[in-house]
Design a protein around this ligand. Sequence first.
Ligand SMILES: [Fe+2]
Length: 310
Amino acid sequence: MSASNLIDCTFSNTDLEKKPLTVNHRLVETGLFDDEHLIRILDTHPRDCLNVHTMGVDETSNQWREGDASTLSGEQLLNATKAGRLWLNVRNMADHHAEFTKLINDIYDEIQAKTPGFNALERSANLLISSPRALVYYHLDIPCNMLWHMRGVKRVWAYPPYNERYVTQQKVEDVICGVSNEELDYQPEFDQEAMVVDLQPGQMVTWPQNTPHRVSNVEGLNVSLTTEHLTPKARRRIKLFRANRFMRHTLGYKNLSQNTEGLDYGAKVLAYSVVRAWQKLFPKKSEGYYYPVTFKLDPSNPAKIQDLAK
Ligand SMILES: [Fe+2]
């Protein structure tokens, strides 16, 4: 039985795997998301697990930037976010704040208890604190995620999942293998088929693994918790896409199946695991993908973006 009653679990496990959806929740009643708590989190969270971003105003032109706010206190950083155009990503909350470790487990334990067939492995969460007009460009995430909204209003677009028009299979493979970042090519006409929701405090939005999505804040300081997990099927999908990318680029295969069951899946993943074991004997330095730090925030004028010399 579930110990908590935080979520109106009006969905089935099949719904979670097939389509974007929203439900109501009561996470804000925990009291963990008021200014006092946010300042304490920002003051105590390891700064190398806290990304500070700014961005442009046009959702069709990606101008995502990474900044340095290492000299700002938690209060200054929160006030800068209220006044400026910032997106704070406070990563790995479960590793650094015991009350969030409990909350994240309560969330997933409750969903598991109420949703037969749902099993959330490798649970984690990032706290998102963002300015009233901040936005996040069209992108996908590798694990499954759920966006629990607490404060402010944000408009969320979730696009049709598993659809080559919105992101190609090859691009998903590249993102999963770390050779491409998570941002995708966006075209405004995609919006015609999107699920669009103005997310209010007390609502959660989720979508199937790797579904393209984007966000524009509408009003107020926005505070959300984005939880991430892998189901057994999601784990298989990641393994499959790694194997498929190897077969596509090294062996020249095309039209690779996305089926995460059966003999074909098993054979591909087994063959790729042998290749990986061989490659680990001769490791190559992974290139990865990161944003250069191109601006800083100064305590004397925290909301002002100060460009760093190139
Ligand atoms: Fe995302």
